[in-house]
Design a protein around this ligand. Structure first.
Ligand code: GLY
Ligand code: MN
Length: 458
């Protein structure tokens, strides 16, 4: 684990976060960092990913640790590694040293944690082994994070309130992740001309991220089959005439994420059909971003994207009818079936471990509508909130060949016209947008989105 050089700043920020939490709750809190999961045998593990709630208050991804928060007080719990560890893993900072760095009053062995457990609230971690420990130490059932009850629910709501709006320290980290991500996308574009397979482009992009000592915030999507929304396969050949969709984002060593998608032509030039559809998606992207400011409902941003996409597809002769009616009947969702974006922070879908508690304002629930049900965020925007804006167009066989869909939208889609756009399987354009006090800042704006800018870069 790399210790940040400016750890006095880190300790100051963590104190401020504790003070903010103390204004919202009046009971102690224990947060666990989690542990590694085994890959195929115990000593061969997946990389460690610390619980984001722990990271928010402890600052560092300390494995197998816990913290107790009581008002402004921070206590660290961890077991110092046995001497045999030195052989395999080298020297690791002691609990006392880490406590000093993060501004904790003291560090104690894990066995002491139970003495702090009375009436303490927690949030369930993802790691199943640590979940058992949570129950044992607190001596009660711990419900999954999205079903928390009583003080755990109160804590969850307080943490959501704090994490919905990013402080300067978080934004500094996120901007570092964003800068590396933009370089990764440029490297991906540059590598495309000589690439034979998607894997070659993925490697060029992740090379930048790894070289900057960051990790990927989520499994990269680098594919000529952008219509498979979370495609994690990289074996397809890339051919002139294909569009390459790359959804790749870096995460800093302290856990802060970025999330960026660009779509570019393998040949370096968009075909006229690809450009036509790309410009529809870009119009939705630009319109949505232009509307972002405090007080605006994110649902309205999603509906704006739906409207602009429907409008563009009517203009191209792919959809038939009045735009308002088309959106009302979810015709846009035939080609744009997901939400316009989500929260971004320590998690790429920030706080999605809490189900919709973070993404949805209290009293709101997911819609059953085909065109709204995948919306991950339904809240009014507030300053400091970081969201993605990621409209897309996809020809998903499972949707377009579905008998029920075909029946419902038979006379709405000009299917013959649609066939002329067969070289457009998937397009998405995704930027990371910070809500400011009076508008928005596009953190990823230095990475071109228009077709000229992309062709020039290539
Ligand atoms: N970057 C993947 C997603 O937003 O789901
Ligand atoms: Mn995203």
């Amino acid at each position: 684990m790399q210790i940040p050089t400016n750890h006095i700043y880190l300790a100051t920020i963590l104190l401020k976060r504790r003070q903010n939490l103390a204004k919202l709750i009046n009971f102690p809190v224990i947060l666990w960092s989690g542990s590694r999961s085994s890959r195929n045998f115990p000593a061969n593990t997946f990389p460690f990913r610390c619980s984001s709630h722990f990271l928010y208050f402890a600052g560092l991804p300390i494995e197998n640790a816990a913290i107790c928060l009581e008002g402004e007080k921070l206590t660290l719990f961890m077991d110092n590694p046995p001497p045999s560890n030195l052989l395999w893993h080298g020297e690791i900072p002691t609990g006392d040293r880490l406590a000093e760095i993060i501004g904790a009053d003291a560090a104690f062995p894990m066995s002491e944690l139970k003495f702090y457990a009375t009436n303490a609230a927690t949030i369930s971690v993802q790691n199943p082994i640590t979940k058992i420990t949570q129950s044992e130490v607190l001596n009660r059932d711990i419900f999954p994070a999205n079903k928390a009850e009583e003080i755990d629910l109160e804590l969850t709501k307080a943490i959501i309130f704090l994490r919905l709006s990013h402080d300067d320290a978080a934004l500094t980290e996120i901007k570092q992740a964003v800068a590396v991500t933009m370089e990764a996308h440029k490297a991906g574009m540059a590598a495309t001309t000589n690439a034979k397979f998607e894997a070659n482009i993925r490697a060029a992009m992740e090379n930048i991220i790894i070289s900057d000592n960051m990790t990927c915030a989520y499994p990269s999507i680098v594919t000529v089959h952008g219509e498979v929304l979370h495609n994690e396969e990289y074996f397809h050949p890339v051919q002139k005439g294909d569009l390459l969709l790359a959804d790749v984002g870096a995460e800093t060593s302290l856990g802060w994420a970025s999330d960026v998608t660009r779509t570019w032509p393998v040949s370096g030039k968009f075909s006229s059909t690809q450009k036509d559809i790309y410009d529809v998606v870009l119009a939705a992207h630009d319109h949505c971003i232009s509307q972002i400011k405090p007080g605006v409902e994110y649902l309205d941003i999603h509906l704006l994207a739906a409207k602009v996409i429907a409008e563009g597809l009517v203009d191209l002769g792919i959809l038939k009818g009045k735009v308002e009616d088309l959106v009302e009947m979810d015709a846009h969702a035939l080609f744009f079936p997901h939400g316009i974006g989500h929260l971004l922070g320590l998690d790429v879908h920030d706080m999605e471990d809490l189900g919709d508690l973070a993404g949805y304002e209290i009293g709101r629930e997911r819609s059953n509508r085909f065109g709204l049900g995948f919306l991950r965020l339904n809240r009014p925007l507030i300053p400091g909130m970081l969201v993605t804006i990621e409209p897309g167009f996809y020809q998903v066989p499972a949707i377009l060949n579905n008998q029920e869909m075909r029946g419902k939208y038979q006379n709405i889609v000009n299917w013959e016209k649609l066939e002329k756009f067969s070289d457009v399987r998937g397009i998405r354009i995704e930027d990371d947008v910070l809500v400011t006090t009076n508008g928005a800042e596009v953190l990823t704006q230095e990475l071109p989105t228009n077709t000229d800018g992309i062709e020039n870069l290539m």
